[in-house]
Ligand binder design. Sequence first.
Ligand code: ADP
Ligand code: MG
Length: 234
Amino acid sequence: MKVKIEGKEILKGVDLEVKIGEVIALMGPNGSGKSSLANTLIGNSKYEAEADELTFEGTNLLQLKPDERAKLGIMMSFQYPVAIPGVTVREMLLASLRGRGLIVSALDLKKQIAEEGERLHIDEHLLTRSINEGFSGGEKKKLEILQMRILKPKLLILDEVDSGLDIDALALIAKNVDEMAKAGMAVLVITHYQRLLKYMVPDRVVVLKNGEVVDRGGKEIVDKLEEQGYKSYE
Ligand code: ADP
Ligand code: MG
């Protein structure tokens, strides 16, 4: 797939496959095109994709809008989750689940949110507030995990989920994602640090630089990057 933003080529031909139950780490220095790839996958209209094939479980994604891709089960957890004044997490989740054609009772969902909130140690007052309004960085990330656990996406894209998190929050996220991957979710975890990958061991690693894949392999690549950085790909 090639991707342009306002006519400028950002991804110069990337091919990638993520299988069910797999955790793929997408690594690369700042500005290599990782977020552009993620945004293109979820259908952000700023990014113009050109590809022979962009499919999700056999469905061509190229002509689909972001909400249509979400309904198929693609979810992205953002580096900086935005606040949505006036909308609670319950309202948002109810609309999302019903948008997928599921029959969900508001009361059952309320119970489920309370249970997950308790499990993730999210203060219950936060759950009745507008999404992410006045939340700390760690609280926002925990709320992202709560949404992921309830929405159960088939493909989860985590874009720099580790930025600004303490070790406990990192471990909590990694544990939850790992659990869900083992239960059959495909995960694309984007990071330029090795830190997160100590907790969430990837099945495969893909290294992106200047919009091109410069390396792929197993988790040994993470150790190599730890020692040599991205310089070895000059
Ligand atoms: P990464 O996530 O790997 O740090 P990005 O995908 O954010 O990289 O950026 C890749 C390149 O695309 C950078 O050179 C960046 O300046 C450019 N870019 C990203 N988003 C935009 C945008 N909305 N408009 C113009 N250029 C962009
Ligand atoms: Mg980025």
